[in-house]
Design a protein around this ligand. Structure first.
Ligand SMILES: Nc1ncnc2c1ncn2[C@@H]1O[C@H](COP(=O)(O)OS(=O)(=O)O)[C@@H](OP(=O)(O)O)[C@H]1O
Length: 356
């Protein structure tokens, strides 16, 4: 039996997956499952615990088989649901569906990703509410008008508390699973804990079936990223239109998977204000420093995997932001190779512009 899907772009949510989808589906050798971006087949948009891995798989397999037959040409079918990354049971289901599945993970600076999701959820008036038929996530009860910095202080203690409570399991499979669930309850910060979710995929798939790409690289060299993906999928290079990379999809100010903004007038790495509370630069700087410390251990694991060749080399800016703690700097002195960025000034990070 031919597996229903050949590849899956599993996320991460808010890391440029819509742009990737819009660019890739131009290639006649590629079909998006169901001809749409998100299937949400095994995980929803927000806090879904447990995710939907118990759906009758037949309902997923049959439409894919029909789509393949209807194509009347050899195609690779891919599921582009960006929330399948932060999903405890998804890799297991995918492995069942296709043990040779090619997995693609797109990542982005974790603070920018979190901020992008925060802005989107505030603008869509969803932040702070409980999703339909979903359990209480970390955000529930938070008054979104209090701004990003306040959300950091609201959410991080909850995440840290959850992880601490479950640290007794240490490295046991149960301990790891419980800690992953902590992060699944917060689609703002928890979903940026990339190492935990990547490790979950590595537990089910060999390294060479998992390609990790970066939004920062896509912003700089879109065709370069597409070529890497084609290679990963075993496809020859396709002659894309010159317009590839000239648009950014699903960006703030123009949400929608099919909604394109010109990349010349829109930088994806942009710090956006959601209201008066976000104008307090001191509070923002303190919150960002807290986030940097929060993500640092996770990011250092990614750096180690990149150095071991398990994943592609991370964007250089990540190392200067997350590579060294204040203590490292104090004890180790300055690193002449690492350009130190002042992460307390969000407008100086990447191509960010000043809040407000
Ligand atoms: N090429 C390129 N360069 C820079 N930035 C880019 C690019 N492509 C996508 N983006 C930014 O990615 C964010 C949308 O990510 P997703 O499409 O994965 O979002 S979603 O999960 O489908 O909701 C969204 O970020 P924000 O605008 O900060 O919200 C996009 O602007």
């Amino acid at each position: 039996r031919t597996p229903p899907i050949d590849f899956a772009v599993v996320g991460q949510q808010k890391c440029g997956t819509s742009t990737l989808w819009a660019n890739l589906v131009v290639n006649p050798a590629i079909l998006a499952y169901g001809d749409k971006k998100e299937t949400f087949a095994f995980n929803g948009d927000r806090v879904i615990v447990p995710p939907r891995c118990t759906i009758p798989l037949e309902t997923y397999i049959k439409p894919a088989e029909q789509q393949r037959a209807a194509a009347k040409r050899p195609v690779l079918i891919g599921d582009f649901t960006a929330t399948h990354f932060a999903c405890s049971c998804c890799p297991g289901i995918f492995k069942l569906l296709n043990p040779k599945l090619k997995v693609i993970v797109m990542l982005r600076d974790p603070i920018y990703r979190a901020h992008s999701r925060f802005v989107e959820q505030v603008q869509m008036k969803k932040l702070g509410n409980r999703g339909y038929r979903q359990p209480n996530g970390t955000e529930v009860g938070f008054n979104a008008s209090r701004g990003f910095a306040a959300y950091v202080h609201w959410a991080l203690p909850q995440l840290e508390g959850c992880v601490q409570r479950n640290e007794a399991g240490e490295d046991s499979p149960l301990g790891r699973y419980l800690r992953m669930q902590c992060y699944m309850f917060d689609h703002i910060f928890g979903f940026s804990m990339y190492d935990v979710f990547l490790e979950n995929y590595f537990r089910h798939f060999p390294d060479n079936q998992v390609l990790v790409a970066y939004m920062e690289d896509m912003a700089e060299d879109p065709l370069g990223v597409i070529r890497k993906i084609e290679k990963h999928l075993g496809l020859p290079p396709f002659a894309y239109d010159k317009s590839v990379g000239s648009a950014v999809f699903n960006a703030h100010g123009g949400y929608g998977w099919r909604n394109a903004s010109a990349s010349t007038d829109h930088a994806g790495l942009e710090w956006v204000s959601t209201g008066p509370a976000d104008e307090d630069k001191g509070a923002l700087a303190e919150a960002i420093e807290r986030l940097r410390a929060f993500f640092m251990p996770s990011m250092k694991r990614l750096f180690a995997w990149a150095d071991e060749g398990r994943i592609a080399q991370v964007p250089a800016a990540w190392r200067s932001v997350y590579g060294r703690s204040a203590l490292d700097l104090l004890l180790g002195g300055s690193d002449p190779d690492a350009e130190q960025e002042d992460v307390t000034q969000p407008e100086r990070r990447g191509q960010a512009s000043s809040p407000g």
